[in-house]
Design a binder for this molecule. Structure first.
Ligand code: PEP
Ligand code: MN
Length: 338
């Protein structure tokens, strides 16, 4: 249920509305606008429906969210966008945020030098996998906790906050100890136990779209995280499976404007996994920003032929520097900055 206050509602009245909601055993998620305050009421829909919300002084309207996803729905924030902080970087504001780094953390030297390179070119967040979801059990599975430690070391040297994938609830404590943002990968988008667990984390979460998931599936999975109390969620379009096999996946840029309209959560695009071919990552990154993405995630490696995973799609450092320069122009053309 969404409560909108009257423009003339006083601060005392707003507080009184919140107190009433809490008294009834419900939760209140408050978004203050210039003119009105929007209060999302969280709890059992049956209980909420019985309450005389419009009888509380200062309340202008109380409207149920009719969509299957409630907390992630754009109207839950009164039509406003959410800003999510990763370390000291804000995602969802006027700046388009670039996340970059190797697919996997491989060594101290590797992650340290890539962090330095991408930071100097304009990346704001460092990515790197320590727990890797590989199609084959014989492929490199990641360095695990040692990889997390190396990421934290690279953060210290580069000053870039880090995002890394969490694959299993049993690793959450370790990942929380080292990372600034949790990534839930495409293969785990509907791992509901994991979603609930990261929903109780103090860290923001980037949820990647499953390779066969619809936009609605993605939003319902995000709803799991918010319903546990964690509202700091980013959504990531990373390509879906279609009949096309020339590219690794089909980057569904339709999802960007659709998600921006449907949800208040920031939207990130990963053109690297979306297309899977180094020489075509750049135009898809530009297109993502033109389509309204709040950020992009691109893989970069200083020596892709030696990469332990995804070497064929990683940009070289110079290509990444070029991408940032071009991205600035596209961002400017759509009223954003990098
Ligand atoms: C990754 O970011 O390296 C990754 C494994 O992504 P996805 O879950 O989208 O395949
Ligand atoms: Mn990868």
């Amino acid at each position: 249920m969404i409560i909108v206050t009257k423009p003339e509602a006083t601060e005392e009245q707003v507080q009184h509305i919140i107190d009433r909601i809490l008294e009834w055993g419900l939760k209140a998620e408050v978004s203050r606008g210039a003119l009105r305050t929007v209060i999302g009421v969280i709890g059992s829909e049956d209980v909420i429906r019985e309450k005389p919300l419009t009888a509380i002084p200062g309340v202008e309207s109380a409207t149920p969210v009719l969509k299957p996803y409630k907390l992630v729905a754009r109207e839950f924030r009164g039509g406003n966008a959410s800003h999510v902080k990763i370390g000291d970087v804000t995602v969802g504001g006027p700046n388009v945020v670039i996340m970059s780094g190797p697919c996997s953390v491989e060594s101290s030297e590797q992650i340290g030098s890539i962090a330095k390179i991408i930071g100097a070119s304009g990346a704001k967040i460092l990515r790197g996998g320590a727990f890797k979801p590989r199609t084959s059990p014989y492929s490199f599975q990641g360095l695990g906790v040692e990889g997390l430690r190396l990421l934290a070391e690279a953060r210290k040297e580069s000053g870039l906050p880090v995002i890394t994938e969490i694959m299993d609830t049993k690793d959450l404590e370790a990942v929380e100890q080292y990372a600034d943002c949790l990534q839930v990968g495409a293969r785990n988008m509907q791992n509901f136990s994991l979603l609930k667990e990261v929903g109780r984390s103090r860290l923001p979460v980037m949820l990647k779209r499953g390779m066969s998931a619809t936009i609605k599936d993605l939003l319902m999975s995000a709803e799991y995280i918010l319903s546990e109390g964690n509202f700091n969620v980013l959504l990531c379009e990373r390509g879906i499976r279609t009949f096309e096999t020339y590219t690794r996946n089909t980057l569904d840029l339709n999802a960007v404007p659709v998600l921006k309209a449907e949800t208040h959560l920031p939207v990130i695009v990963d053109p690297t996994h979306g297309i899977g071919l180094r020489e075509h990552v750049l135009p898809m990154a530009l297109a993502a920003v033109a389509a309204g993405a709040d950020g992009i995630m691109v893989e970069v490696h200083n020596s892709p032929e030696l990469a332990k995973s995804d070497g064929e799609q990683a940009l070289l450092p110079d290509e990444f520097a070029d991408l940032v320069v071009r991205l600035r122009k596209v961002a400017e053309a759509v009223g954003r900055s990098v």
